[in-house]
Design a protein around this ligand. Structure first.
Ligand code: MTE
Ligand code: MO
Length: 528
């Protein structure tokens, strides 16, 4: 028999013990990373992997995936559990491999530390594996490691984030070595000094159980802080001209949103500028502010959907900051970075528009955390995703750049489509045959709204609706129409609008990907 066909001397039992030790090690590693996430805002592997892969999934499969899982939140939850599960499997496999290597060495009589029972070769191999895994993960996540949820971007963030990963891996590897050492029984004579195996196994079991309970607790606290409870919140029902901020729609790419500290936050204006500038919050809020009401709508909002709200923003025109830094000749694009690692971009020309703001208040209050505390971009006329939250770095570029969702294949046109919808009443049960006030929203991006029309006969004839709240060129308008039905049964209602420039809403049905939905909102009313 050739030597490499030799029967593996590692007993199946050793491999099983190795796998178990690896499982314990992976759980302890998860615990460390979860604690770092909870207390120091160090991004965890599920987030890093999600952000890295998320930008690479094209729009169609992305929307299909959301369809399969039922919601973006469920898709996110699935990916978190996949990564957690994968980590445990990886731990078990690594543990079994470690046991195999160790037992092979033992069989060949390689010296094993007498007191610790840990082979020197084993430690070297494990150390090398950790070092390699760390280098690979830092390389894979490099662009994401520069952002830090607490605010300070750049080198500090990279040090903290890559240090966190290293700590998790080192603790897991150490746990593997110690757990295996504790759980494996040695033949007489090779037994290291110390407690007998039975007692050590009990101790290891206790530690494992404690770690599992602690991990459960930490994950639960992380879950409570996660975006699962509010991501995708829509604004439906009784629509007010200005949306109360706790009912304002929310969309986030994150599992846990940044918790930026205002005193640590900075806004850097760099890239192709004459003079790089860094502002702290005091400097920004010390500039003379503008107050602007404008409406935000998500590009993924379907016809009739509630991913759209209106608020009063306070902030400084971005133009002022860009002029202080001085764009170099040839700058075409501006790239915005959020503390969550999110990026988006729009042309310099749009950035210089007087309505494009770095906003820090909404409806008279500081921005809530989920809406981008302490500062975000507000860019009327472009879809929500361009309104980067938790913004902390703005980069001017002489080449055309792509943001997070654009890399997925959204766009390239992000100008808000003119749209209108019914919001009340909700015809979920038959209403009497009597006059009923229909109402809803109409939105023309930054072009305003000039006319809203309603059809109560499936589009055969149209009547003008009354604008009850005109808003401004940058906001939605609210409208109402008193319908006097004359017969019971099914009625097909349709609404359409014309923007402030006189261009009618596109009535052709088109899905939200890749450039925002078009088509008319149609509802069925049952009477009688
Ligand atoms: N940093 C950052 N900014 C972001 C996002 C994000 O995930 N991270 N989501 C974008 C998307 S897709 C939309 S629709 C709007 C939603 O803003 P809101 O949650 O305040 O309504 O924020 C945009 N800005
Ligand atoms: Mo969005």
């Amino acid at each position: 028999m050739p030597p490499d066909m030799e029967e593996d001397p590692a007993t199946p039992k050793a491999r099983r013990v190795g796998a178990l030790s690896g499982l314990v090690a992976a759980s302890v590693g998860v615990l460390v990373l979860a604690l770092l996430r909870l207390f120091l805002e160090v991004p965890s592997p599920p987030e890093l992997i999600g952000d890295r892969l998320g930008a690479r999934v094209p729009v169609r499969p992305f929307l299909d995936l959301i369809g399969i899982f039922g919601s973006y939140g469920r898709l996110k939850a699935f990916s978190v559990f996949s990564v957690l599960f994968g980590t445990l499997v990886l731990g078990a496999v690594a543990g079994a491999a470690y046991a195999g290597m160790l037992e092979r060495h033992r069989d060949r009589g390689v010296a094993v530390g007498a007191r610790t029972g840990v082979s020197r070769r084993g430690v070297v191999v494990v150390g090398f594996a950790v070092w390699l895994a760390w280098l690979l993960s830092v390389a894979a996540f490099w662009p994401l490691l520069a952002s830090y949820d607490r605010g300070a971007p750049g080198r500090t963030a990279r040090t903290v984030n890559s240090g966190g990963l290293l700590l998790g891996m080192v603790v897991a590897a150490t746990t593997l070595v110690l757990a295996y050492r504790s759980l494996i029984s040695r033949p007489e004579g090779q037994e290291a000094a110390g407690r007998p195996v039975g007692r050590r196994a009990l101790l290891a079991g206790g530690v494992g159980l404690g770690a599992a309970v602690a991990t459960g607790g930490v994950l639960q606290r992380l879950y409570a802080r996660s975006t699962f409870g509010y991501d995708g919140q829509e604004y439906n029902g009784a629509i007010e001209p200005v949306t109360p901020i706790d009912r304002f729609y929310v969309v986030t790419q994150n599992l846990v949103d940044p918790e930026v500290r205002r005193d640590a936050w900075q806004l850097e204006i760099g890239g192709d500028v004459v003079q790089r500038r860094v502002y702290d919050f005091e400097a920004i809020s010390g500039l003379s502010p503008v107050i602007q009401e404008s409406t935000l709508a998500c590009i993924s909002n379907p016809v009739g959907g509630g991913l759209m709200s209106n608020a009063v923003w306070k902030g400084v025109p971005l133009r002022q900051l860009l002029e202080e830094a001085g764009p170099k000749p040839g700058v075409v694009d501006v790239v915005f970075h959020g503390a969550d690692g999110y990026t988006d971009t729009f042309p310099l020309e749009k950035a210089m528009d007087e309505t494009t703001l770095v906003a820090y208040e909404v409806n008279g209050q500081p921005l809530p955390r989920r809406h981008g505390f302490p500062a975000r971009i507000i860019v009327p006329g472009l879809y929500g995703e361009k309104n980067v939250k938790w913004v902390n770095r703005i980069e001017l570029s002489t080449s055309q750049e792509e943001g997070f969702y654009e890399q997925q294949g959204w766009g390239p046109n992000f100008v808000v489509n003119t749209q209108s919808r019914f919001t009340a009443p909700v015809f979920d049960q038959p209403l009497p045959v009597a006059p009923v006030v229909l109402s809803g929203t109409a939105f023309g991006g930054d072009r305003g709204v000039s006319k809203v029309e309603v059809s109560v006969d499936d589009g055969a004839t149209w009547q003008g609706a009354t604008i009850t709240y005109p808003g401004s060129r940058l906001t939605w308008s609210l409208w109402s129409y008193t319908w006097v039905p004359t017969r019971p049964g099914e009625h097909r209602l349709v609404v359409r609008t014309v923007d402030g420039g006189g261009t009618p809403q596109v009535s052709e049905d088109r899905t939200s990907g890749p450039e925002g939905a078009t088509g008319l909102h149609r509802i069925v009313a049952m009477l009688g």
